[in-house]
Design a protein around this ligand. Structure first.
Ligand SMILES: Cc1cc2nc3c(=O)[nH]c(=O)nc-3n(C[C@H](O)[C@H](O)[C@H](O)COP(=O)(O)O)c2cc1C
Length: 166
């Protein structure tokens, strides 16, 4: 059983692909979140943007993990950036379960040059433990592999698997 749980929501597959890579690199469990809403097409895009702006959340569909959330040493939450915020699905997860997390890390997938790093602090409002590592990635950007590897390094250090370079 892994000490790390990777959870994500992905509307168009970018966050899914990245979280699959991260879970594979860390040998972590991987679980997809959904609120069951059809977010495809133009109306799905609009609804997602409005949900993010209004901070509207629905109760997410039940998900299964190998052990209770509090028993993972680290939960990594992956979400697309919507209107400068995390997705309403990630927000819904944090609202419902943020207090159960022992330690958290965030992976943002974005479409613009702007890293939207203020989203980390928005997400921390729901997690008393805060975050030990975070990264904002754009899949087609030149720095993608570099920043993903840097995130993995931060995680390995926080897990005590790798020493920090002096
Ligand atoms: C409603 C909506 C709002 C978005 N707002 C932003 C934004 O504010 N900043 C940004 O960089 N990307 C924004 N994006 C782009 C997504 O974050 C980006 O395409 C991401 O890679 C999608 O991930 P996914 O394929 O896992 O759904 C937005 C996308 C949607 C659907």
């Amino acid at each position: 059983m892994s000490d790390i749980l990777c959870m994500y929501y992905s509307r168009t597959g970018n966050t899914k692909q990245t979280m699959e890579e991260i879970a594979s690199a860390l040998d972590a469990e991987l679980v997809e979140l959904t609120d069951g809403v059809d977010r495809s097409g133009w109306s799905g895009w609009m609804r997602s943007g409005l949900d993010a702006m209004r901070r509207t959340t629905l109760r997410n569909k039940p998900f299964q993990t190998e052990r209770p959330l509090k028993d993972y040493r680290l939960v990594i939450l992956g979400t697309p950036v919507w209107a400068g915020r995390c997705s309403s699905i990630a927000r819904g997860f944090l609202k419902e379960h943020g207090k159960e997390l022992h330690s958290a890390a965030y992976v943002l997938l974005r479409g613009s040059e702007d890293k939207n790093e203020e989203v980390y602090e928005q997400m921390d409002r729901y997690t008393p433990c805060g975050h030990c590592a975070a990264v904002s990635l754009r899949r087609d950007s030149v720095g993608y592999a570099f920043w993903q590897e840097e995130f993995l390094r931060q995680v390995r250090i926080s897990m005590g698997w790798q020493e920090e370079q002096k």
